[in-house]
Design a protein around this ligand. Structure first.
Ligand SMILES: N[C@@H](Cc1c[nH]cn1)C(=O)NCC(=O)O
Length: 429
């Protein structure tokens, strides 16, 4: 294949990244508007959290269909549909006044969001040489997370100045501009603008998914994503603010700054991890396991600390939690090196479900435990109830680590059987 110029590669990557950043922005744009949303739709805090749960549910549930659609219709087409869906739904969210319609619009945003990341990763694997993909993948995941900062700062400003409808319509407008850019610039591969895979019967779909799932590398990728990401997703999307304010006695301003540190840690460590896994692919899972142990240890110190944790400890916690994000991307690299191109997107979709399923389970578990440990129907959760609730993470880490070890052993055995080894991991050269 003719090598595309570096400039063209970077242009395609930049536009794909802009689409993903926009998806993260749309996904996070409700986090700063909680109070306005409660007032606008006349809903309680519990109903507000259904938005987040629904969003995670839709995201996770869409991953396999989206992966299959990409393998069949190409990443460009699916990415454009996803971006258009987010624009229309976000515009609808700006205009509707009832809770059920608002929920329907958030589902639309969630479906569009679910289509974005897997498309961008699939496109990268066609545009860049295999040795560059780990770094480009990390850069995409890392820089894309800044969409959450864009959602936090300018969105708060827009809500305060031009109001709900103006702020969400502006967000939709920005999305439309990025969508147009994607329409003009993106191509599935350097040679083919609109790639189409073979039509798939239901049996074909079943066989392809079963083959991806049967590969130990896909399974290892799934469990890496499952185990490393949920702490940061859950804190960022819902429980971080109440945990820091009610559970750790921090002011609202301190809590906001601490949560922003998660994104700073993502930005700082993502590229380093990309370089590491590109150079020592054999130890991708070792790095993921190290991050999981660090998460477990740091959370243990915070939860066992007598009284409120000191600020330095919460700073460390946010950094370690942030590192979990880039660590989860290791899962995608395992998916890439374990599956052929024609089922790469569906394998990526399977892996991408891991962290979001775990986050959904955790969001629900924290809510249930908080209610269980708080007397009556009060939502004045105590620091003690937050300790119990946050400790539910250890169940997910326990299950995840066991599976991680199991599938890492099998993946390594398979690589050795195929003639590879520590110095020579197939698909990484
Ligand atoms: N693990 C995340 C991305 C990430 C990278 N660094 C921090 N987080 C992930 O799976 N992303 C999928 C998505 O749609 O955001």
């Amino acid at each position: 294949m003719p090598t595309p110029t570096r400039r063209l590669q970077l242009t395609v990557w930049g536009v794909g990244l802009a689409c993903y950043l926009l998806a993260v922005f749309h996904r996070s744009s409700l986090a700063v508007a909680g109070l306005d949303a409660a007032e606008r739709f006349g809903i309680s805090a519990a109903q507000l959290s259904t938005f987040v749960m629904l969003q995670l549910l839709v995201y996770a549930g869409m991953q396999i269909p989206v992966g299959l659609l990409i393998d069949r219709f190409g990443s460009r087409s699916i990415l454009l549909i996803g971006t258009a869906l987010m624009v229309v739904s976000q515009a609808g969210f700006a205009l509707v006044g009832s809770f059920p319609l608002a929920v329907a619009m958030r589902v639309g945003v969630g479906v569009g969001d679910a289509m974005t990341f897997v498309c961008v990763l699939r496109m990268l694997s066609s545009w860049f040489a295999p040795r560059r993909i780990p770094l480009m993948t990390q850069l995409t995941g890392t820089l894309g997370q800044s969409g959450a900062i864009v959602a936090a700062v300018p969105m708060t400003f827009a809500l305060g100045t031009i109001g709900w409808t103006g702020a969400y319509l502006t967000a939709a407008g920005v999305g439309a501009v990025v969508g147009l850019l994607a329409l003009v610039v993106l191509a599935d591969t350097p040679e083919v603008r609109r790639l189409r895979g073979a039509p798939m019967s239901l049996t074909g779909v079943r066989i392809s998914l079963a083959a991806s799932w049967a590969h130990p590398g896909t399974r290892l990728g799934f469990w890496i994503h499952f185990t490393t990401q949920f702490s940061s997703t859950t804190l960022s999307l819902l429980w971080g603010f109440p945990f820091l304010v009610r559970g750790e006695g921090r002011s609202a301003a301190e809590a906001g700054l601490l949560l922003s540190l998660i994104i700073v840690a993502v930005m700082a460590t993502g590229p380093l991890m990309g370089v590491f896994i590109g150079k020592v692919p054999w130890h991708r899972s070792t790095l993921a396991i190290t991050v999981v142990w660090s998460l477990m240890a740091t959370w243990a110190v915070v939860l066992l600390w007598p009284g409120d944790s000191p600020l330095w400890l919460l700073l460390v916690l946010m950094v370690v939690v942030g590192v979990g994000g880039p660590a989860s991307m290791i899962g995608f690299d395992l998916g890439r090196t374990s599956n052929p191109a024609e089922r790469l997107a569906s394998a990526t979709g399977i892996i991408n479900q891991g962290g979001f399923v775990a986050s959904l389970l955790l969001v629900v578990a924290i809510g249930l435990v908080l209610d269980w440990r708080t007397p009556g129907t009060s939502t004045a959760y105590t620091p003690e109830s937050f300790r119990w609730a946050m400790a539910t993470q250890y169940v997910l880490w326990g299950v995840g680590l066991l599976q991680l070890w199991r599938w890492r052993r099998r993946t390594r055995t398979l690589i050795r059987a195929e003639g590879g080894g520590p110095a020579n991991v197939p698909g990484t050269a």
